[in-house]
Design a protein around this ligand. Structure first.
Ligand code: AMP
Ligand code: MG
Length: 413
């Protein structure tokens, strides 16, 4: 029996996250770490840079030999060798000597300053310096970026391109990251046909299978797109069994109160414990959340979301309810779309009673975000999503917002 039916936005998120596990760790190669979350702290395996080195092309010298140089009384130093990136210097810099050095090359023993090539004149085997610059100039110190043994990345860090570079710098060719959930996408409805099939009048094109699989991939999880199911209990049951072999099953459509909306009934047959099936939000109010205990799945519970069939509703419900769960599974610390404040550009009526995620366009100018709603807010108007770059959050207890008011928006990826 379904006992809890309609829950608030906050309750829904609390219940979902309470039942959502973080997945186990796996080792992946360096190039596979982008977008993943570290399941281990990274300690550098060496100093970086591993030796003092030159930040410029020029001459490595002893400061003592050049500190008084001027155009009237230049310093003349004997060029005794060269230091280039990729090899260690072959000679030292003794008093009265200089070594020509390239950017990134190790500084030779004895040298404490590099003079830029632009500030030197070469005269046979001699270098002439008229402007000493600063003591210690143009030298990057051993370990100035990273010391061996230092924690350079904490566990639970999301890996961006800079972190990929840091893993490499720390001499890691692979890293432990959280696994990505496998997410099945099952669309339902007698009316569905696929793009590319012959178009008949009684059918609509199954756009949700593609948009929902896309939003799953966008989140960093694996999408498994199943063939859509007809509104018939036996077929739905068979396909839902298949969907429930994944870590997370998304069943799209068939969750409202229509005569042929069988999803909830079939879920109960399959032993899925339904936690709620309506959330006080608009769009996307019929959202089912259920779990199947983890006995057959390494102790990991499986999650099931029933999303409404309207093309806008299922996307908004995904961003608000499914995405946080997938991000928790993948080890992320930040689970939700980023929120910022924006100034409303137009008077806006709101139907109170439910939190409204209105599709909107935000623009950053003169130090503020300005936001206006897209013209048609119907839950079947997919254009409202293609035009939007954010969702404007309108409170359940407000029926009107005046132009100029500050509201909260959530930026879409
Ligand atoms: P339902 O939630 O099944 O009652 O569907 C609500 C509305 O969404 C109906 O107008 C459906 O035609 C439409 N719809 C349902 N499933 C899809 C789908 N996979 N792709 C596009 N539209 C759909
Ligand atoms: Mg339907």
């Amino acid at each position: 029996m379904i006992e809890k039916t309609m829950v608030s936005l906050d309750e829904a998120i609390k219940i979902i996250l309470e039942h959502t596990p973080t997945l186990m760790a796996e080792r992946v190669s360096l190039n596979e770490t982008l977008g993943r979350v570290l399941a281990e702290a990274i300690h550098s395996r060496r100093d970086h840079p591993p030796w003092d080195n030159s930040a410029m092309d020029g001459f490595a010298v002893r400061w003592q030999n050049i500190c008084t140089a001027s155009p009237e009384s230049p310093a003349r130093l004997k060029i005794v060798g060269e230091s280039q990136a990729g090899s260690l210097p072959q000679c030292d810099v003794n008093p009265g000597e200089a070594v020509q050095i390239m950017t990134g090359a190790p500084t030779p023993n004895g040298a404490d300053t590099v003079v830029r090539i632009e500030d030197c004149r070469i005269d046979g085997n001699w270098v002439v310096i008229t402007n000493p610059g600063k003591q210690g100039a143009n030298i990057r110190r051993l370990g100035e970026d990273v010391r061996q043994g230092q924690e350079v990345l904490a566990a639970n860090t999301s890996v961006r391109p800079a972190e990929v570079g840091m893993l490499a710098t720390a001499a890691y060719s692979s890293a432990l990251v959280y696994q990505q959930p496998r997410v099945s996408v099952l669309t339902t409805g007698d009316e569905l046909t696929e793009p590319g099939e012959a178009l008949t009048l009684e059918k609509i094109i199954n756009s949700n299978a593609y948009s929902i699989a896309a939003v799953v991939r966008e989140s960093g999880a694996y999408a498994i797109q199943l063939d859509s199911a007809k509104d018939n209990k036996a077929e739905l049951e068979e396909k839902m069994r298949q969907a429930l072999t994944a870590d997370v099953a998304l069943v799209v459509g068939g969750v409202s109160l229509g005569k042929y909306d069988y999803v909830k009934e079939v879920l109960e047959t399959l032993g899925c414990a339904i936690k709620f099936w309506r959330i006080a939000v608009r769009p996307g109010h019929p959202v089912v959340f259920g779990i199947i205990d983890g006995d057959q799945n390494d102790g990991m519970p499986k999650l099931l979301f029933g999303l409404p069939g309207n093309p806008v509703s299922c996307l908004v419900a995904f961003y608000e309810f499914v995405l946080p769960a997938l991000r928790k599974m993948m080890g992320h610390q930040e689970l939700f779309l980023p929120k910022v404040e924006a100034i409303l550009e137009q008077d806006t009526r709101n139907r109170p009673g439910r939190t409204h995620f209105a599709r909107a366009v935000a623009e950053y100018r003169d130090g503020d975000y300005y936001v206006r709603l897209t013209p048609d807010q119907g839950s079947g108007i997919l254009t409202s999503m293609t035009l939007a770059n954010c969702l404007a959050i309108l409170d359940a207890d407000r029926d009107f917002y005046a132009a100029g008011e500050r509201i909260t928006i959530q930026l879409l990826p």
